[in-house]
Design a protein around this ligand. Structure first.
Ligand SMILES: O=C(O)CCC(=O)C(=O)O
Ligand SMILES: [Fe+2]
Length: 314
């Protein structure tokens, strides 16, 4: 018998069905699908029609409008927290720019960002970006709640839900000059709980499977990649994989735009005791997302291959 080739496909899970309600049979089958996807791939594609194609088109137009602003204006978006604020054409990723809006589901915070970028105001950007952030946060909330329920720990959801906050990040990649398809955002896992990524028609996002194969995430206006970050892996006591991903692009296709909603937990979170047993001894102490990121960017963290283990491993 010849060797078998495993064909990988990131699972697609439908969040658009109106029957997806707690207690329904669809709810419990979706719980199983999500759990399987996160344990196997660390991610899944959420099909989410609640966010209209019109809003999906509008948000990418708004993204273009903000990136054409002068660099000195974009650089006014500063943050004391690592990886937030404005990141422009850094040596590790010279074609990349990122603009992050902290607490993007708050209209007040969104207005502050808009006033920094456009001192004369820009209600259109404010309305579109705020409603986009809220819709993605609702998707994240439903999906994460389903994850908790899939492990039978739904009762631990409320306290975690109460400390979640969201960063909305606009990302732009200039068109490369070289013809080779090359990595433009190095492979990594995200340092937060969950991330939802939405790409424009160019695609380019790739996810690594357990056997080391890279698979492409195909872009569609109603498709959102939900990825587990380091903290969801820790929360699950290593049942869930943190999604290892990168961006690859080549010349001739124009600029790439993507948008991410990064969900953080503010305050200490711990592995639910129900996820600890003889087969699964406790692997992590309680963890704090901001503290972990501060550790991650420190010189100390560079000494370790597995910074999350170094930060909160038992
Ligand atoms: O641009 C993308 O699609 C991915 C960006 C990313 O992985 C990140 O910002 O953490
Ligand atoms: Fe990422």
């Amino acid at each position: 018998m010849g060797s078998e080739t495993v064909v990988h496909e990131i699972p697609t899970i439908d969040f658009s069905n109106k029957d997806l309600k707690p207690g329904s049979s669809l709810w419990s089958s979706t719980c199983d699908q999500i759990r399987h996807a996160l344990e196997e791939y660390g991610c899944f594609v959420a099909k989410y029609d609640n966010l209209s194609t019109e809003l999906a088109t509008q948000i990418f137009c708004q993204s273009k409008d903000v990136f054409v602003l002068p660099t000195e204006t974009k650089a006014k978006n500063v943050s004391e927290e690592p990886f937030r604020g404005y990141l422009g054409k850094i040596p590790q990723a010279p074609l990349y720019e990122g603009l992050a809006i902290d607490k993007a589901t708050s209209l007040e915070e969104m207005r502050q960002f808009v006033n920094l970028m456009w001192p004369n105001g820009n209600d259109q950007f404010c309305d579109i970006a705020h409603s986009y952030a809220k819709q993605l946060a609702a998707l994240d909330e439903m999906a994460t709640k389903l994850v908790f329920e899939s492990y039978g720990v739904g009762k631990h959801w409320e306290p975690v839900a109460a400390v979640r906050s969201h960063v909305l990040r606009f990302l732009k990649y200039e068109e490369p000059d070289d013809k080779d398809t090359t990595v433009r955002f190095a492979a990594h896992t995200d340092k937060n709980f969950t991330t939802i990524l939405h790409q424009n028609h160019l695609g380019g996002l790739e996810v690594q499977t357990k056997d080391g194969t890279w698979i492409s995430v195909n872009p569609k206006p109603s498709h959102f990649l939900l990825m587990a970050g380091d903290l969801m892996k820790v929360w699950s006591n290593d049942r869930i994989r943190a999604c290892y991903h990168r961006v690859k692009l080549s010349a001739g296709n124009g600029e790439r735009y993507s948008i991410g909603l990064f969900t953080f937990t503010d305050g200490a979170v711990k592995v639910p005791e129900e996820l600890v047993d003889e087969e699964h001894p406790l692997l992590y102490k309680p963890f704090d997302n901001r503290e972990y990121i501060r550790f991650y960017v420190s010189d100390e963290a560079k000494k370790f291959d597995n910074p999350i283990k170094a930060y909160c491993g038992v």
